[in-house]
Design a protein around this ligand. Structure first.
Ligand SMILES: Cc1cc2nc3c(=O)[nH]c(=O)nc-3n(C[C@H](O)[C@H](O)[C@H](O)COP(=O)(O)OP(=O)(O)OC[C@H]3O[C@@H](n4cnc5c(N)ncnc54)[C@H](O)[C@@H]3O)c2cc1C
Length: 364
Protein backbone atom coordinates (compact mmCIF):
# COMPACT_ATOMS: atom_id res chain seq x y z
CA UNK A 1 0.00 0.00 0.00
CA UNK A 2 1.22 3.53 -0.79
CA UNK A 3 0.67 5.74 2.24
CA UNK A 4 -0.87 9.19 1.85
CA UNK A 5 1.20 12.25 2.76
CA UNK A 6 -1.29 13.14 5.45
CA UNK A 7 -3.89 11.33 7.60
CA UNK A 8 -6.23 12.95 10.08
CA UNK A 9 -5.32 10.26 12.62
CA UNK A 10 -2.41 7.83 12.84
CA UNK A 11 -2.73 4.90 15.25
CA UNK A 12 0.46 3.06 16.23
CA UNK A 13 -0.18 -0.63 17.02
CA UNK A 14 -2.65 -3.16 15.62
CA UNK A 15 -3.65 -4.67 18.97
CA UNK A 16 -7.00 -4.28 20.74
CA UNK A 17 -6.29 -0.65 21.74
CA UNK A 18 -5.52 0.27 18.14
CA UNK A 19 -8.57 -1.63 16.92
CA UNK A 20 -10.83 0.04 19.53
CA UNK A 21 -9.62 3.48 18.42
CA UNK A 22 -9.97 2.69 14.70
CA UNK A 23 -13.48 1.33 15.18
CA UNK A 24 -14.53 4.44 17.13
CA UNK A 25 -13.25 6.62 14.27
CA UNK A 26 -15.07 4.58 11.64
CA UNK A 27 -17.75 6.62 9.90
CA UNK A 28 -16.44 9.90 11.35
CA UNK A 29 -15.02 10.97 7.99
CA UNK A 30 -11.53 11.28 9.51
CA UNK A 31 -8.90 9.50 7.43
CA UNK A 32 -7.16 6.96 9.66
CA UNK A 33 -4.01 4.87 9.33
CA UNK A 34 -2.99 2.00 11.63
CA UNK A 35 0.74 1.21 11.51
CA UNK A 36 2.03 -2.06 12.95
CA UNK A 37 5.73 -2.88 13.23
CA UNK A 38 5.24 -6.63 12.67
CA UNK A 39 3.90 -8.46 9.68
CA UNK A 40 0.13 -8.92 9.96
CA UNK A 41 -1.51 -10.89 11.40
CA UNK A 42 1.10 -10.56 14.14
CA UNK A 43 1.76 -12.94 17.06
CA UNK A 44 1.12 -11.59 20.58
CA UNK A 45 2.20 -13.58 23.61
CA UNK A 46 -1.07 -13.83 25.55
CA UNK A 47 -3.44 -16.50 26.89
CA UNK A 48 -5.84 -15.06 24.31
CA UNK A 49 -8.87 -15.45 26.54
CA UNK A 50 -11.66 -13.09 25.64
CA UNK A 51 -13.10 -12.57 29.14
CA UNK A 52 -16.87 -11.95 29.47
CA UNK A 53 -16.32 -8.16 29.58
CA UNK A 54 -14.32 -8.20 26.32
CA UNK A 55 -16.89 -10.53 24.85
CA UNK A 56 -19.65 -8.00 25.58
CA UNK A 57 -17.63 -5.06 24.29
CA UNK A 58 -16.77 -6.89 21.08
CA UNK A 59 -20.36 -8.03 20.50
CA UNK A 60 -21.67 -4.49 21.12
CA UNK A 61 -19.07 -2.69 19.01
CA UNK A 62 -17.66 -5.11 16.43
CA UNK A 63 -20.27 -7.87 16.07
CA UNK A 64 -20.12 -11.59 16.73
CA UNK A 65 -16.65 -13.16 16.90
CA UNK A 66 -16.18 -15.54 13.96
CA UNK A 67 -15.58 -19.17 14.96
CA UNK A 68 -12.35 -19.33 12.93
CA UNK A 69 -10.71 -17.00 15.50
CA UNK A 70 -11.45 -19.39 18.36
CA UNK A 71 -9.26 -22.33 19.28
CA UNK A 72 -10.09 -25.49 21.13
CA UNK A 73 -11.63 -25.60 23.68
CA UNK A 74 -13.57 -22.58 22.43
CA UNK A 75 -15.24 -21.91 25.80
CA UNK A 76 -13.27 -21.00 28.95
CA UNK A 77 -15.31 -21.47 32.13
CA UNK A 78 -13.22 -19.21 34.41
CA UNK A 79 -10.01 -19.08 36.43
CA UNK A 80 -8.79 -21.80 38.74
CA UNK A 81 -6.45 -20.45 41.39
CA UNK A 82 -3.90 -22.31 43.48
CA UNK A 83 -2.50 -19.96 46.16
CA UNK A 84 0.33 -22.20 47.40
CA UNK A 85 1.49 -25.72 46.58
CA UNK A 86 -0.24 -26.86 49.80
CA UNK A 87 -3.63 -25.26 49.10
CA UNK A 88 -6.45 -26.71 47.00
CA UNK A 89 -7.25 -25.38 43.53
CA UNK A 90 -10.26 -23.01 43.83
CA UNK A 91 -12.73 -22.19 41.11
CA UNK A 92 -12.77 -18.40 40.57
CA UNK A 93 -15.45 -17.40 38.11
CA UNK A 94 -14.61 -14.41 35.92
CA UNK A 95 -17.31 -12.45 37.78
CA UNK A 96 -15.24 -12.65 41.01
CA UNK A 97 -12.97 -9.79 39.85
CA UNK A 98 -15.51 -7.97 37.78
CA UNK A 99 -18.56 -6.21 39.14
CA UNK A 100 -21.60 -4.42 37.91
CA UNK A 101 -22.19 -5.44 34.32
CA UNK A 102 -24.60 -8.17 33.34
CA UNK A 103 -22.16 -10.49 31.63
CA UNK A 104 -22.05 -14.00 30.24
CA UNK A 105 -20.28 -16.37 32.63
CA UNK A 106 -17.90 -17.83 30.09
CA UNK A 107 -15.06 -16.49 27.98
CA UNK A 108 -13.71 -17.50 24.56
CA UNK A 109 -10.35 -19.08 23.84
CA UNK A 110 -8.88 -17.25 20.83
CA UNK A 111 -5.74 -16.91 18.72
CA UNK A 112 -4.60 -13.34 19.35
CA UNK A 113 -3.06 -12.90 15.91
CA UNK A 114 -6.38 -13.68 14.25
CA UNK A 115 -8.51 -11.88 16.86
CA UNK A 116 -6.58 -8.60 16.66
CA UNK A 117 -6.37 -8.59 12.87
CA UNK A 118 -10.10 -9.28 12.60
CA UNK A 119 -10.85 -6.45 15.07
CA UNK A 120 -8.69 -3.99 13.09
CA UNK A 121 -10.35 -4.99 9.82
CA UNK A 122 -13.82 -4.13 11.19
CA UNK A 123 -12.80 -0.46 10.91
CA UNK A 124 -12.44 1.72 7.81
CA UNK A 125 -8.79 2.56 8.62
CA UNK A 126 -5.91 1.83 6.25
CA UNK A 127 -3.78 -0.87 7.90
CA UNK A 128 -0.05 -1.10 7.22
CA UNK A 129 2.07 -3.95 8.61
CA UNK A 130 5.90 -4.01 8.67
CA UNK A 131 5.74 -0.31 9.52
CA UNK A 132 7.46 0.83 12.70
CA UNK A 133 6.84 4.14 14.45
CA UNK A 134 10.20 5.74 15.07
CA UNK A 135 9.62 9.34 16.22
CA UNK A 136 7.23 12.28 16.19
CA UNK A 137 7.80 16.03 15.78
CA UNK A 138 5.32 18.84 16.35
CA UNK A 139 4.95 21.01 13.23
CA UNK A 140 2.59 23.89 13.97
CA UNK A 141 -0.82 22.33 14.69
CA UNK A 142 0.16 19.03 13.08
CA UNK A 143 2.59 16.23 13.80
CA UNK A 144 5.21 14.77 11.50
CA UNK A 145 5.38 11.06 12.22
CA UNK A 146 8.58 9.23 11.26
CA UNK A 147 8.07 5.61 10.25
CA UNK A 148 10.19 2.75 8.96
CA UNK A 149 8.10 0.94 6.36
CA UNK A 150 9.53 -2.26 4.87
CA UNK A 151 12.98 -1.04 5.99
CA UNK A 152 12.68 2.45 4.42
CA UNK A 153 12.32 5.73 6.34
CA UNK A 154 9.22 7.74 5.51
CA UNK A 155 7.41 10.63 7.20
CA UNK A 156 3.66 11.21 7.26
CA UNK A 157 1.74 14.22 8.61
CA UNK A 158 -1.22 13.89 10.96
CA UNK A 159 -3.47 15.98 13.21
CA UNK A 160 -3.71 13.32 15.92
CA UNK A 161 -1.46 10.46 16.97
CA UNK A 162 -2.78 7.55 19.05
CA UNK A 163 -0.06 5.45 20.69
CA UNK A 164 -1.58 1.97 21.05
CA UNK A 165 1.81 0.32 20.93
CA UNK A 166 1.74 -1.78 24.09
CA UNK A 167 3.77 -1.99 27.29
CA UNK A 168 7.08 -0.66 25.97
CA UNK A 169 5.38 2.09 23.92
CA UNK A 170 7.80 4.11 21.82
CA UNK A 171 5.16 6.82 21.39
CA UNK A 172 5.15 7.18 25.21
CA UNK A 173 8.96 7.19 25.36
CA UNK A 174 9.26 9.86 22.67
CA UNK A 175 6.46 12.03 24.10
CA UNK A 176 7.40 11.70 27.77
CA UNK A 177 11.17 11.08 28.02
CA UNK A 178 11.93 9.87 31.54
CA UNK A 179 8.41 8.60 32.31
CA UNK A 180 9.50 4.99 31.86
CA UNK A 181 11.92 5.39 34.78
CA UNK A 182 8.81 5.43 36.99
CA UNK A 183 7.46 2.15 35.56
CA UNK A 184 8.08 -1.29 37.08
CA UNK A 185 8.41 -4.19 34.63
CA UNK A 186 7.30 -7.78 35.09
CA UNK A 187 9.05 -10.09 32.61
CA UNK A 188 7.01 -13.15 31.58
CA UNK A 189 8.30 -16.28 29.86
CA UNK A 190 6.29 -19.00 28.08
CA UNK A 191 6.93 -22.44 26.65
CA UNK A 192 4.44 -24.22 24.40
CA UNK A 193 4.34 -28.01 24.36
CA UNK A 194 2.69 -30.99 22.82
CA UNK A 195 2.05 -33.65 25.43
CA UNK A 196 -0.43 -34.09 28.27
CA UNK A 197 -1.33 -32.73 31.71
CA UNK A 198 -4.08 -33.66 34.15
CA UNK A 199 -5.65 -30.15 34.22
CA UNK A 200 -9.06 -29.55 32.60
CA UNK A 201 -8.53 -27.61 29.32
CA UNK A 202 -11.68 -25.51 29.87
CA UNK A 203 -10.08 -23.33 32.59
CA UNK A 204 -7.29 -20.77 32.95
CA UNK A 205 -5.10 -22.02 35.83
CA UNK A 206 -3.23 -19.48 37.99
CA UNK A 207 -0.50 -20.75 40.31
CA UNK A 208 0.68 -18.28 42.92
CA UNK A 209 3.24 -20.18 45.03
CA UNK A 210 6.33 -18.03 45.44
CA UNK A 211 8.60 -20.93 44.54
CA UNK A 212 7.33 -20.86 40.93
CA UNK A 213 6.60 -17.17 40.35
CA UNK A 214 7.13 -13.63 41.65
CA UNK A 215 3.85 -12.57 39.98
CA UNK A 216 1.66 -15.45 38.81
CA UNK A 217 2.19 -18.53 36.69
CA UNK A 218 -0.43 -19.91 34.31
CA UNK A 219 -1.37 -23.04 32.42
CA UNK A 220 -3.85 -23.06 29.55
CA UNK A 221 -4.63 -25.01 26.43
CA UNK A 222 -4.58 -23.85 22.79
CA UNK A 223 -5.86 -26.53 20.44
CA UNK A 224 -3.59 -29.56 21.02
CA UNK A 225 -0.89 -27.46 22.79
CA UNK A 226 -0.24 -26.83 26.49
CA UNK A 227 1.08 -23.36 27.35
CA UNK A 228 3.02 -22.62 30.56
CA UNK A 229 3.89 -19.04 31.57
CA UNK A 230 5.53 -17.58 34.63
CA UNK A 231 6.07 -13.96 35.58
CA UNK A 232 8.86 -12.49 37.72
CA UNK A 233 10.26 -9.12 38.78
CA UNK A 234 13.88 -9.78 37.77
CA UNK A 235 14.46 -10.91 34.19
CA UNK A 236 17.57 -12.90 35.20
CA UNK A 237 15.43 -15.09 37.48
CA UNK A 238 12.79 -16.06 34.95
CA UNK A 239 14.30 -19.32 33.65
CA UNK A 240 14.90 -20.64 37.20
CA UNK A 241 11.31 -19.90 38.21
CA UNK A 242 10.08 -21.42 34.97
CA UNK A 243 12.05 -24.63 35.53
CA UNK A 244 10.65 -24.86 39.09
CA UNK A 245 7.14 -24.40 37.69
CA UNK A 246 7.59 -27.08 35.06
CA UNK A 247 9.02 -29.53 37.62
CA UNK A 248 6.10 -28.81 39.98
CA UNK A 249 3.59 -29.51 37.20
CA UNK A 250 5.41 -32.72 36.22
CA UNK A 251 5.36 -33.96 39.82
CA UNK A 252 1.90 -32.78 40.91
CA UNK A 253 -0.20 -32.52 37.76
CA UNK A 254 1.25 -35.20 35.52
CA UNK A 255 2.74 -32.86 32.91
CA UNK A 256 4.37 -34.97 30.21
CA UNK A 257 6.14 -32.97 27.52
CA UNK A 258 6.43 -34.65 24.15
CA UNK A 259 7.93 -31.72 22.28
CA UNK A 260 8.64 -28.03 22.99
CA UNK A 261 7.22 -26.16 19.99
CA UNK A 262 7.99 -22.54 20.97
CA UNK A 263 9.33 -20.33 23.75
CA UNK A 264 9.05 -16.55 24.12
CA UNK A 265 9.23 -13.67 26.56
CA UNK A 266 7.31 -10.43 27.07
CA UNK A 267 6.95 -7.81 29.80
CA UNK A 268 3.96 -6.40 31.63
CA UNK A 269 4.13 -3.07 33.47
CA UNK A 270 2.84 -2.17 36.93
CA UNK A 271 1.36 1.13 35.67
CA UNK A 272 -2.25 0.25 36.38
CA UNK A 273 -1.49 -1.49 39.69
CA UNK A 274 0.31 1.63 40.92
CA UNK A 275 -2.19 4.05 39.29
CA UNK A 276 0.64 5.49 37.23
CA UNK A 277 -1.31 6.14 34.00
CA UNK A 278 0.10 8.17 31.12
CA UNK A 279 -2.69 9.43 28.85
CA UNK A 280 -0.75 11.70 26.48
CA UNK A 281 -0.62 15.40 25.75
CA UNK A 282 -2.28 17.79 23.27
CA UNK A 283 -3.10 15.72 20.16
CA UNK A 284 -1.10 12.63 21.21
CA UNK A 285 -3.15 10.07 23.14
CA UNK A 286 -1.93 6.81 24.72
CA UNK A 287 -4.38 3.90 24.86
CA UNK A 288 -4.27 0.30 26.10
CA UNK A 289 -1.12 -0.84 27.86
CA UNK A 290 0.80 2.10 26.39
CA UNK A 291 -1.34 4.31 28.64
CA UNK A 292 -1.18 1.84 31.55
CA UNK A 293 -4.66 0.31 31.22
CA UNK A 294 -4.85 -3.26 32.56
CA UNK A 295 -7.54 -4.95 34.65
CA UNK A 296 -5.28 -7.20 36.72
CA UNK A 297 -4.13 -9.78 34.16
CA UNK A 298 -6.97 -8.98 31.77
CA UNK A 299 -5.90 -6.47 29.16
CA UNK A 300 -8.00 -7.02 26.05
CA UNK A 301 -11.05 -5.30 27.57
CA UNK A 302 -9.21 -2.29 29.00
CA UNK A 303 -7.31 -1.85 25.74
CA UNK A 304 -10.46 -2.00 23.62
CA UNK A 305 -12.29 0.43 25.92
CA UNK A 306 -9.45 2.92 26.31
CA UNK A 307 -8.81 2.68 22.56
CA UNK A 308 -12.45 3.53 21.91
CA UNK A 309 -12.18 6.44 24.37
CA UNK A 310 -9.16 7.76 22.42
CA UNK A 311 -11.00 7.48 19.09
CA UNK A 312 -14.11 9.14 20.55
CA UNK A 313 -11.94 11.88 22.07
CA UNK A 314 -10.49 12.73 18.64
CA UNK A 315 -13.98 12.97 17.12
CA UNK A 316 -15.13 15.18 20.01
CA UNK A 317 -12.02 17.39 19.72
CA UNK A 318 -12.62 17.91 15.99
CA UNK A 319 -16.28 18.79 16.58
CA UNK A 320 -15.80 21.02 19.65
CA UNK A 321 -12.32 22.48 19.08
CA UNK A 322 -11.32 21.35 22.59
CA UNK A 323 -7.84 19.80 23.07
CA UNK A 324 -8.04 16.05 22.38
CA UNK A 325 -6.20 15.22 25.61
CA UNK A 326 -8.89 17.03 27.66
CA UNK A 327 -11.63 15.03 25.94
CA UNK A 328 -9.67 11.80 26.45
CA UNK A 329 -9.03 12.44 30.14
CA UNK A 330 -12.79 12.65 30.67
CA UNK A 331 -13.71 9.69 28.43
CA UNK A 332 -10.99 7.38 29.83
CA UNK A 333 -11.80 8.10 33.48
CA UNK A 334 -14.35 5.31 33.88
CA UNK A 335 -11.96 2.66 32.55
CA UNK A 336 -9.15 3.91 34.79
CA UNK A 337 -11.51 3.60 37.79
CA UNK A 338 -12.48 0.12 36.64
CA UNK A 339 -8.84 -0.99 36.34
CA UNK A 340 -8.17 0.37 39.84
CA UNK A 341 -11.20 -1.50 41.18
CA UNK A 342 -10.13 -4.81 39.64
CA UNK A 343 -6.69 -4.46 41.25
CA UNK A 344 -8.40 -3.79 44.60
CA UNK A 345 -10.65 -6.86 44.18
CA UNK A 346 -7.67 -9.01 43.19
CA UNK A 347 -5.70 -7.83 46.24
CA UNK A 348 -8.70 -8.60 48.49
CA UNK A 349 -8.90 -12.20 47.19
CA UNK A 350 -5.14 -12.85 47.28
CA UNK A 351 -4.26 -10.80 50.36
CA UNK A 352 -1.59 -8.83 48.48
CA UNK A 353 -1.11 -6.75 45.33
CA UNK A 354 0.28 -9.28 42.90
CA UNK A 355 2.05 -6.61 40.82
CA UNK A 356 3.89 -5.33 43.92
CA UNK A 357 4.77 -8.78 45.24
CA UNK A 358 8.22 -8.97 46.78
CA UNK A 359 8.66 -5.17 46.88
CA UNK A 360 7.35 -4.81 50.43
CA UNK A 361 4.38 -2.73 49.18
CA UNK A 362 0.90 -4.08 49.71
CA UNK A 363 -1.31 -1.18 48.68
CA UNK A 364 -3.30 -1.44 45.46
C1 LIG B 1 1.32 -13.85 29.38
C2 LIG B 1 0.14 -12.92 29.19
C3 LIG B 1 -1.13 -13.45 29.10
C4 LIG B 1 -2.22 -12.61 28.93
N1 LIG B 1 -3.47 -13.16 28.82
C5 LIG B 1 -4.54 -12.36 28.65
C6 LIG B 1 -5.83 -12.92 28.44
O1 LIG B 1 -6.00 -14.14 28.40
N2 LIG B 1 -6.89 -12.09 28.27
C7 LIG B 1 -6.72 -10.73 28.32
O2 LIG B 1 -7.72 -10.01 28.22
N3 LIG B 1 -5.51 -10.17 28.44
C8 LIG B 1 -4.42 -10.96 28.59
N4 LIG B 1 -3.17 -10.40 28.69
C9 LIG B 1 -3.02 -8.95 28.54
C10 LIG B 1 -3.14 -8.57 27.05
O3 LIG B 1 -2.33 -9.41 26.27
C11 LIG B 1 -2.69 -7.11 26.85
O4 LIG B 1 -3.17 -6.31 27.90
C12 LIG B 1 -3.22 -6.54 25.53
O5 LIG B 1 -2.69 -7.23 24.43
C13 LIG B 1 -2.83 -5.07 25.41
O6 LIG B 1 -3.35 -4.58 24.20
P1 LIG B 1 -2.71 -3.30 23.51
O7 LIG B 1 -3.49 -3.08 22.27
O8 LIG B 1 -2.57 -2.22 24.49
O9 LIG B 1 -1.23 -3.75 23.15
P2 LIG B 1 -0.67 -5.01 22.23
O10 LIG B 1 -1.72 -6.02 22.13
O11 LIG B 1 0.61 -5.31 22.83
O12 LIG B 1 -0.54 -4.29 20.83
C14 LIG B 1 0.44 -3.32 20.62
C15 LIG B 1 0.89 -3.44 19.18
O13 LIG B 1 1.79 -2.37 18.90
C16 LIG B 1 2.82 -2.85 18.06
N5 LIG B 1 3.96 -1.95 18.21
C17 LIG B 1 4.80 -1.82 19.27
N6 LIG B 1 5.72 -0.89 19.02
C18 LIG B 1 5.48 -0.41 17.77
C19 LIG B 1 6.11 0.57 16.95
N7 LIG B 1 7.20 1.26 17.37
N8 LIG B 1 5.59 0.80 15.74
C20 LIG B 1 4.49 0.12 15.28
N9 LIG B 1 3.86 -0.83 16.02
C21 LIG B 1 4.35 -1.09 17.25
C22 LIG B 1 3.09 -4.25 18.61
O14 LIG B 1 3.76 -5.07 17.67
C23 LIG B 1 1.67 -4.73 18.91
O15 LIG B 1 1.09 -5.39 17.82
C24 LIG B 1 -2.05 -11.21 28.85
C25 LIG B 1 -0.75 -10.68 28.92
C26 LIG B 1 0.34 -11.53 29.07
C27 LIG B 1 1.72 -10.94 29.11
Amino acid sequence: MVLKEKYDVIIVGAGPAGAGAAKALTGSGLSTLIVERDELPRYKMCSGIVFPSSRKFIEDNFGELPDKIKCSPAIVKGNRICLTHDSPIMDAPFSMFDEGDELEQEGFNTRRADLDYWLCRQSDADIQGNCRFSDVEKKGKQYLVHLIKDGEKISVRTDFLIGADGTMSRVRKKTFPGFDDTVGLLPNYEEIYTGSIDLDPGWLYLFMDERVTEYFATVFHKDDKIVLVTGVRERSAVKDYFQAFRTYLEEKHGLKVKETVASRGIVLTDMSATRNYCLGKEGILLAGEAGGFLRGGEGITSSLISGKAAGDAVVEAVQSGAPAIDCYQTLAREEMDRCNKVHENLAAVLGYNVFMRGTGERAS
